[in-house]
Design a protein around this ligand. Sequence first.
Ligand SMILES: [Zn+2]
Length: 454
Amino acid sequence: MGPSRNSPCPCGSGRKYKRCCFAEAELAAREARFDNAVGQRIREWASQTMDDQLGLALEQFAAPNRAMTDGDLELFATWFHNDRELPGGGTPAERYAARTDLPARERATAARIATARPGLHRVLAVEPGSWIVLEDVLDGTRIRVRSPHASRGVVRWDLVLGRVMDGDPPSLWGAMRSFEPSDETELIAELRRLAGAGSEERDAAVLSRTLREHALQLARFVPPAWKVEPSFHTLEGDPVAHGSATWRIHDLAAVSDLLRRLGGLRDDDVLEIDITAPREQLVRRRPELPSGALVIQSGPTDDLDRVSIATLRIERSCLHAETISEQRLDQVIEIVALDFGDHLELVDREVVPVERALEEHRSAPTDIAPLTADERGLTGIVLTDRLRRWLDEPHPLLEGRTPRDAAASDHRTTVLGLLRSIENQAERACRRGEAFADVTWIRRELGVESEVAA
Ligand SMILES: [Zn+2]
C-alpha cells in the first residue's frame, strides 16, 4: 500500500501524489510483480528438471536433527537458485536465463535475477513500506532500493545479508537475514575466516568474493554473541541475586528512632528507608563484564546521582533488608551492625540466585498491561536521562574511558559503533510502539556529526 492518490506526494514536490510520482510507482510495482512471476517460473522449472540436485542441496543446507522453519526454507530457496553452482557450472537462475526458447523479456529478467549476488549492507535510512538506503559494508558504496516489504522489518543501522538486484529502481531479491550493528565485528571475522589465510587486510574484493562463494555458510551463520546466555549484573558489576536479611529487634523504640534519623523520616512516615550510594562510585568499581552481560538499574531515586542499594524496613518487631546482590546484602549487614549495634540481632540471611528468582517470576501468573502513552513518555524520559549519564561513565569497550573522552580521541570509531547500537535500539523500540530514549541530541553533544549526509 502506497500513499493515497489525492494526498501530497511523499517526494515533497507539493503536488498531489496522483499528479507526481504515482505513475512511476505504479510502473515499479508492475515491474516487481513481473520479477516475482519470473522468480516463480525459475523455481518451478528447477524443481521439474533438477530434482536430484534439489535433494542434494537440501542435505547440504539442513542441519542434522533440526527442523527447518519457513525462514530457513526461503533462505534455502534463494541460495539454491541464485548461489549454488550446478555440476558443469552455472546456477539454476543462470541456466534458466540462458534458455533460448524463452521470450526476450523473460530472459532479460531472469538474467537480472541471476546476477543478484549476496552482499553485506548497512541500513542508512528507511521508509517503511517504500525504500531502504543501503551501504555496502565491504566497499562503502551506497544505493537506494525499492522495498515494499523488507523495509517494514528493518531499522537504521541494522546489517542485512541480502541481494541487491539491478533495475529501475534497484530492489532487493530473495530471502535476507538481518543482524544488529554490534554483530558487525563477528560477521567480518567470519568472512575473514572463510576467506582463509592471507586475508588479514579488509580487502573488499576478496571479502565480497568470499561472501558469494560461502553463501551457504553465511545463510546459516550464528554470531557467537547470539549463543551467549544473558547474565545480570548490578551497576558495580556483581551478579544479580535476591538478597534478604532479617534482624530481631530488642529495643524497638531505639531502632525506630535511628531509622527515622537515618532516612530523614517524620514521626508518621512508614518505617522504610533506602540505603543509597553515589552512582559514580559504583560505576567506577565495575570490572569488565562478560559478553551478554546486562546491567540492572533500579528506578530513579529523588537524587539522580545516588542509587538505592538496599531497602530497610521495620515490620512488627523485626528489621528487614532487601537487596539485588549478595555483595550489597553483606554491605548492608555491616552498615546495620555499625549503626544499630546491640539493639538488634541478625536472625536470617538468604540469597536466591537470579536464575531461580526469574523462574519463579516467570511461573507466577502475570497480568502486565502494555504501557499507556503517558507511561511510555515517562519511561522514555528515564531512558534519555540514563543516556546522558552514559556519556560520562567509563566504558569497558573504551579501555575504561568515557564515551565523551573517547569520541575526541583515537577511540572515535568504537564510539561510533556504540552510537549506532543506541540509535538502532531506540528506533526499533519506537517502531514497535515501546518506550524509547530520545537520541537526537547525542551526536551533537559528542561533537560527532552523522556519518550519513542527508
Ligand atoms: Zn513526487
